[in-house]
Design a protein around this ligand. Structure first.
Ligand code: 13P
Length: 253
């Protein structure tokens, strides 16, 4: 019997945050966490790369981990503007988000590229948070499970374990829109992902954390986090301030 995965509440700051306020917000969150005797979940902030070092310093000795929002598939080399997994690790990261739909859309990242990046992340000792999710048109066409299944198969590296991999289901149409799938829809997709992971990675697939992402807020977090096979959240807009993020963290604490 595999134990229920420990929840992870992850904040994806995307391209938001400056030195003037970012570290202060992170510190506020750490202070809140510090008051909890025995937290029952892990908490992570993935700031823009420019804030990794300031956040690492602000969060020193706290329970909040930091992560990157993307990495290159190679360990080093002539790739202007890119950051390797080893560099993220060197900057204090424990996690990296890979294959976010905004990267897939803005930078044309394919699932094959995502898999190479996931491999690189795992080789560097990072936990990869691999994102999958359907567009509005795909959902309307009844293709959700087919699309998610395909992304999963192609994006996950062979060496995925419960320790080095987290899967985030983020329906593209729910990101930043205030729309969320119904609880039944989330249960169906997460159940489907769990079955696929279990089939491919056995006990590791059963123990891998599955996050839901897309318009998670304090007002809907509790019901979303209570869904079977939802082991945490990947939060965008509502992770930018402690006032908005804490109520989400608190549902799992
Ligand atoms: P929102 O929470 O702003 O919808 O963003 C979700 C997301 O994309 C997290 O990676």
């Amino acid at each position: 019997m595999v134990a229920t995965p420990r929840p992870l509440i992850a904040g994806n700051w995307k391209m938001n945050g400056l030195k003037s306020a970012g570290p202060r917000e992170a510190k506020k969150l750490a202070t809140r966490m510090g008051k909890v005797a025995k937290p029952q979940c892990d908490v992570l902030i993935c700031p823009p790369a420019t804030l990794l070092a300031p956040l690492r310093d602000a969060l020193k000795g706290s329970r909040i981990a930091i992560g990157g929002q993307d990495c290159h598939g190679n360990a080093s080399g002539a790739h202007t503007g890119d950051i390797s997994a080893a560099m993220l690790k060197d900057s204090g990261c424990r996690y990296v988000i890979i294959g976010h739909s905004e990267r897939r859309a803005d930078h044309g990242e394919s699932s094959q590229e995502v898999r190479v990046k996931a491999d690189a992340a795992q080789a560097a000792g990072l936990t990869a948070i691999i994102c999958v999710g359907e567009t509005a048109a795909e959902r309307k066409a009844g293709q959700t499970l087919k699309v998610v299944g395909k992304q999963l198969t192609a994006s996950l590296a062979k060496g995925c374990t419960a320790k080095n991999t987290v899967v985030a289901y983020e329906p593209v149409w729910a990101i930043g829109t205030g729309l969320t799938p119904t609880v039944d829809d989330v249960r169906q997709v997460h159940g489907f992902i769990r079955a696929r992971l279990r089939r491919r990675f056995r006990d590791d697939g059963a123990a891998m954390r599955l996050l839901y992402g897309g318009s998670v807020k304090g007002s809907n977090a509790e019901e979303l986090m209570a869904v079977d096979n939802v082991n945490g959240a990947l939060v965008g807009g509502a992770s930018l301030t402690t006032a908005d993020f804490w109520p989400i963290v608190a549902t799992c604490i």
